[in-house]
Design a protein around this ligand. Structure first.
Ligand code: HEC
Length: 248
């Protein structure tokens, strides 16, 4: 009787051990860490002057993609949103990181995953014209949209100068259309615009007559990662905001 119980007990504990070993070998769900984005410069609360250049520097650390300090993050995938808030008492709406985790416009997000920012910037000439000059040149009509979609896909030469834009055969017409809409409309607000890169600069606005002295600039850096190492497409976005005061 005692022997029977002992053997029964041993079989039971063996079963428990086998169960525990088996479950620990089961595939765990792949976790994609959220990137850690930091605005290194300027520091939180810095006071900036009107109508001057403000330099910025961003760092990104992502468990799967790597660290910007080791050149593992493509600069053109790092975005900076710059916006002027005329009344700083409404600021809490803008700096709550969770409430504002809304992703960037789709057209802009597509651009960050393509080579466009290697040759274009939002507001200064690089190899190609800046996106704000392109927006200023064309009326926003559906025929302009179609013409620019065509240029992006097939390439362009002679419209802006001697340097050609190579074709971008990986861009499908629907994505190209979203991109063109963003270029023509999405970045034209001087009080709210986007820049790409780990560092750069922008000019603050001119002080308006009758300014109430309550204005601030908000800088928001963001990076959307490439998903988990197994290639699953659960992309995570990290962001960081800094508020800058304006001189009185
Ligand atoms: C290798 C550099 C390079 C890359 C990469 C590049 N462009 Fe260009 N882009 C240019 C140049 C140079 C021009 C001016 C061409 C001309 O004068 O016709 C241009 C022109 C344009 C124009 C204006 C065309 C017109 O008719 O006015 C748009 C819009 C544009 N690019 C969007 C994009 C987008 C979107 C991407 C990414 C999918 C991209 N470019 C990638 C160099 C580039």
């Amino acid at each position: 009787m005692f022997r029977k119980l002992l053997i029964g007990g041993m079989t039971l504990s063996l079963a428990v051990v086998v169960y525990l070993v088996m479950t620990s070998f089961q595939a765990r769900p792949v976790v994609n860490a959220t990137p850690l984005v930091k605005i290194v410069v300027p520091a939180r609360g810095t006071t900036v002057s009107w109508n001057t250049l403000v330099s910025y520097k961003i760092s990104v650390d992502d468990k799967e993609d790597g660290n910007s300090a080791y050149d593992e993050i493509a600069p053109h995938e790092v975005l900076l949103q710059v916006f002027y808030v005329a009344d700083s008492s409404t600021l809490s709406v803008h700096v709550n990181e969770k409430a504002n985790a809304a992703p960037e416009p789709q057209g802009l997000l597509s651009i960050t995953t393509l080579p466009c920012f290697n040759c274009h910037t939002a507001n200064a000439k690089l190899i190609g014209p800046s996106f704000d000059r392109i927006a200023a040149r064309y009326p926003h009509t559906s025929s302009t949209e179609d013409a620019l979609v065509n240029k992006i896909m097939k390439g362009s030469l002679g419209t802006w100068g001697e340097i050609p834009m190579p074709p971008n055969p990986d861009v499908d017409p629907a994505t190209a259309k979203e991109i063109v809409r963003w270029i023509l409309k999405g970045n034209r607000n001087p009080d709210h615009f986007f820049l790409a890169g780990l560092e750069g600069s922008f000019r603050t606005k001119l002080k308006m007559k009758g300014d109430t002295g309550k204005g601030v600039y908000v800088l928001r850096a963001s990076y959307t990662d490439h998903g988990a190492t197994d290639g699953s497409v659960d992309r995570r976005r990290g962001q960081c905001s800094v508020v800058l005061k304006l001189e009185k």
